[in-house]
Design a protein around this ligand. Structure first.
Ligand code: F6P
Length: 503
């Protein structure tokens, strides 16, 4: 493994010294070799800084790191989340009926199908009733996926509207409910643990706000806690400990979307991800979209020392993708020890930021083109769209294509220094044929699997998140102090801030 990393890092340096644009002439098969078509997506990685040598070293690294065996362990339900001794089986949630997944040897597919049938029946019941708005309460993985899906797919005049409340800042709750009628609102409280401070506070607020009108449902892996909260058992939709929060949108966590979008759309979303799963488990490493996307990112992160990546969807409907990927990638792979507890040998997850194009062009693109750091970009674009005024979609597409070209080709020969664009700045292009539920499902699954592959290369457990615990624990104690409890020992800055807030 160490040798494969050495070869990869060496090859990356050699490739990094060549201009990306020069590689097209040197490698006649470049475009075809670095473009993958899968499940309604076209992934073009030809503007990434790998020459043939670096590409081959990258594939060799993936093979040596055991990506294929790790993938097998994931899909066969071994306890790949070793620190929590859990299987990780989000693919089981989107597999068509009749699949035979097991989690640590226990069959799970029948329970998945049963859960899906309950979700569907409930979604259909709500859609023909009096409910006009679903108020989805949850945070992190219990929020970001459904929010992304709704923004991406919501109709222009939805039959049922969907609102989200995540933050424990009451301003979000107040804004989401200001114009709602409790009598026509369904509250769906979503929490894997059903103990998360923010979600429980908002769920209590929502229960009070409903005042016995409207309806209340819950989604949780802790059914007992949801029932204890007061939700009737037939209104609690379960999922399982082998579904990670940030991988959970395919489970009952997606219930609000299934209601507001209709079952057909939700099923299409699952189907797109299942198609991507089929590709991930069967395509050779050299032509495997999540593997190649992971390797391109690792090439920049480790081979060329680039700690930041931008994600820029040229689709207003996908503007929440950067926020979704922040949790997916940074919570999964922001780790400093390996799965067996050793310090990692090299840097792990890059920081991810981004916004919708073209808006980003008028904000942070200056730095992408002329800043002192090279920040690789993932562009996401949609080939065909018919929303809005005629002609605008071509403008949007022209901009995304132009930005990727400008970053790579640049304008190195300009006479005035401030007009010089060095170029040679890498990007990936993910083109969706259309923004359908299926394509969205495939896109999200693409990023899930690429995050997993990176975790395998870095030898980390991508499926725990102990880094969020300490702050949560301290907040519990500080809350008591703010509410008049006894002062605790703190560093001087923290103590002064608490004292200031209590004044
Ligand atoms: O931020 C930590 C975290 O545990 C996430 O991983 C999770 O998605 C989120 O909190 C919400 O947790 P829950 O669904 O249990 O409320």
């Amino acid at each position: 493994m160490a040798d494969a990393w050495d070869r990869f890092e060496q090859a990356a340096k050699v490739a990094g010294a060549r201009r990306i644009v020069s590689l097209f002439e040197a490698e006649p098969d470049r475009l075809q070799r670095l473009t993958v078509e899968v499940a309604g997506l076209t992934l073009d990685l030809s503007k990434q800084p790998w020459d043939r040598g670096a590409f081959e070293a990258a594939i060799d690294l993936a093979r040596t790191a055991g990506v294929e065996a790790a993938r097998e362990r994931l899909f066969t339900g071994e306890a790949v989340n070793v620190t929590e001794d859990r299987a990780v089986l989000h693919p089981a949630l989107r597999a068509p009926d009749g699949a035979k997944f097991t989690a640590r040897g226990e069959p799970v597919s029948a329970a998945v199908e049963e859960g899906r049938a309950r979700m569907r029946a409930f979604a259909e019941e709500i859609r023909v009733g009096d409910i006009r708005t679903v108020l989805h309460i949850g945070i992190g993985g219990s929020d970001l996926g459904p929010r992304l899906v709704w923004e991406a797919l919501k109709p222009l005049s939805p039959k049922i509207d969907l609102r989200f409340v995540a933050n424990v800042d009451g301003a979000e709750f107040a804004q989401a409910t200001a114009d709602l009628d409790p009598a026509t609102t369904l509250v769906v409280a979503v929490s894997k643990t059903f103990t998360t401070q923010e979600t429980m506070a908002n769920a209590r607020a929502a229960r009070e706000w409903l005042g016995g009108k409207g309806q209340f449902a819950a989604v949780s892996a802790n059914v007992a806690e949801a029932v204890k909260f007061g939700v009737p058992e037939d209104r609690v939709f379960a999922f399982w400990d082998w579904v990670g929060g940030r991988y959970s949108v395919w489970s009952a966590v997606g219930l609000s979307c299934a209601i507001a979008l209709g079952w057909e759309a939700f099923e299409g979303f699952l189907q797109g991800a299942a198609d991507l799963d089929a590709h991930f488990t069967s395509a050779p490493l050299e032509a495997n979209a999540p593997v190649l996307l992971a390797l391109a990112h690792v090439l920049n992160r480790n081979g060329l020392g680039r700690p930041i990546r931008a994600v820029v969807p040229y689709a207003q409907r996908l503007r929440l993708l950067p926020a979704f990927l922040q949790q997916l990638e940074m919570e999964s792979n922001g780790k400093r020890v390996t799965a067996d507890g050793r310090p990692v040998a090299r840097p792990t997850a890059a920081s991810v930021f981004g916004d919708a194009g073209t808006n980003g062009q008028h904000a942070f693109f200056q730095l992408l083109h002329q800043g002192t750091e090279v920040i690789p970009v993932d562009f996401i674009a949609v080939a065909h769209a018919d929303e809005g005024p005629a002609g605008m979609h071509e403008m949007l597409l022209a901009n995304v294509i132009a930005q990727a070209e400008a970053l790579m080709v640049g304008q190195p020969d300009a006479r005035e220094p401030h007009r010089v664009f060095e170029g040679d700045r890498p990007s990936s292009m993910i083109l969706l044929d259309r923004l359908t539920p299926e394509a969205l499902g495939a896109l999200v699954a693409l990023y899930e699997h690429k995050t997993f592959v990176e975790g395998v290369l870095w030898e980390i457990n991508s499926f725990d998140q102990f880094g969020v615990e300490l702050g949560k624990k301290l907040a519990t104690g500080i809350l008591k102090e703010l509410q008049g409890g006894e002062a605790q020992a703190h560093d001087p800055s923290t103590a002064a801030l608490i004292a200031r807030l209590k004044r």
